[in-house]
Design a protein around this ligand. Structure first.
Ligand code: ADP
Ligand code: MG
Length: 380
């Protein structure tokens, strides 16, 4: 398994671990485990994202950290102290959820000052801090409005200011941008990231959007069916997914089913179900796979090289292919190709500036990719 796996993480506390899950399990109905053997160290100051499909256990994990749900097995520690018996309000966490959860009858300023009044700060001091927090999220001038008079994006900025105003060390966010349109979402992604860096605060962020996770995170924990299947940096997840599920979930790829013929020093010969035999790099559990084992190849569309000159210079895998479809997307083309004399079809991404002049449907072209760019993964 690539990177820091959930099952292999040592239980001993890391020096820089702000929070830890140790063998945590959770069932709601007493029968089904929705979280299974979860081990996770959250590093001080990092932006950690829990990424996974709907129902994989991300929110449950966050709610347990917040103290709103109790683990049914294992334990959770913050700063070395077990927190199960500590009520949520004493954990000093900032929280932002998808539905804004602002108090509708309070002004923007009162909303942001609320955590401070709960903490018994003097009124003038609370006001000054709330104003500063509103400035940080670029809402100065709107402090007297009510939440109902704000747009969705502005309401989420208020929620963000309220989560940060009391200077928590740890802030939890559950799909905070899920209700916003794409452009606003991308803008707020960068702003949240900037704030997190400026304040040096630790963020645990939940999303099912892999692009969002790649943009924002120092590390990403990929959830599947109540387990973390890989925990790594965005680059490592993209370049070295540990299995076909992670490869499929992070970024686009061609997934090609096949059988391992043999492998030497990490380079495998794989017979594809669609006909051709190709060379690939084994990673994760596939490193130990025996001849005959089923594997899935992951080949990113941008690593498929098209055109006569390049293709011939490149790589261990070279074929002739017919162009089936070309889609123009401004900065790049998506080209669907059928490899001649096989039933193998591939998607390639070609930068518009670098594409050979003629990429018309029906034409035959040279196509190639290197073994390094083609990962042989264990099937999941
Ligand atoms: P995610 O946030 O990744 O979508 P959740 O943590 O919300 O996943 O859910 C994980 C599993 O637990 C799902 O199967 C979900 O149906 C179940 N679940 C979540 N909350 C409850 C609850 N309060 N009672 C019973 N089952 C729940
Ligand atoms: Mg959820």
């Amino acid at each position: 398994m690539g990177g820091e796996s959930s099952t292999a993480t040592p239980v001993a506390a890391r020096r820089d671990a702000l929070a830890q899950f140790v063998d945590v399990e959770k069932t709601y109905d007493g029968v089904t485990l929705v979280i299974k053997g979860l081990n996770l160290s959250i590093h001080d100051g990092e932006f950690l994202t829990l990424l996974g499909p709907s129902g994989s256990g991300k929110t449950t994990t966050l709610l347990m950290l917040a103290g709103f749900e109790r683990p049914t097995g294992g334990r959770i520690e913050i700063a070395g102290r077990s927190i199960e018996r500590e009520p949520a309000w004493r954990r000093n966490l900032g929280m932002v959820f998808q539905d804004y959860a602002l108090f509708p009858h309070m002004s923007v300023l009162e909303n942001v000052a609320f955590p401070l009044s709960v903490r018994k700060l003097a009124k003038h001091e609370a006001r000054a801090k709330a104003m500063a927090a509103l400035a940080k999220v670029k809402l100065s001038g709107l402090e007297d409005r009510s939440p109902g008079q704000l747009s969705g994006g502005q309401q989420q900025r208020v929620a963000l200011a309220r989560a940060l105003v009391f200077g928590p060390r740890l802030v939890l966010m559950d799909e905070p941008l899920g209700a916003l349109d794409k452009q606003l979402r991308e803008q707020l992604q960068l702003e949240i990231k900037r704030l997190q860096r400026e304040l040096g605060v630790t963020v645990v962020y939940v999303t099912h959007d892999q692009e969002e996770a790649l943009v924002m995170s120092d590390r990403i924990a990929v959830f599947r069916k109540g387990r973390i299947c890989q925990l790594d940096t965005p680059q490592a997840l993209y370049e070295r997914p540990c299995d076909s599920f992670v490869a499929q979930f992070i970024g686009e790829n061609n997934q090609l089913a096949g059988r391992l013929q043999d492998q030497h020093s990490g380079v495998a010969r794989v017979v594809l179900a669609t006909g051709p035999t190709v060379l690939a790099t084994t990673v994760g559990d596939a490193v130990n796979a025996a001849p005959g084992a089923a594997v899935v190849l992951s080949l990113r569309p941008e690593r498929v090289v098209l055109g006569d000159h390049e293709a011939k210079r490149a790589a261990e895998n070279a074929f002739r292919a017919r162009i089936v479809e070309v889609i123009y997307l401004g900065d790049h083309l998506r080209v669907r190709l059928a490899v001649v004399d096989t039933s193998l079809e591939l998607l390639a991404k070609v930068h518009v500036g670098s594409s050979p002049a003629s990429l018309g449907v029906g034409l035959e072209v040279d196509l190639a990719w290197s073994a390094r760019d083609c990962l042989a993964l264990a099937q999941t």
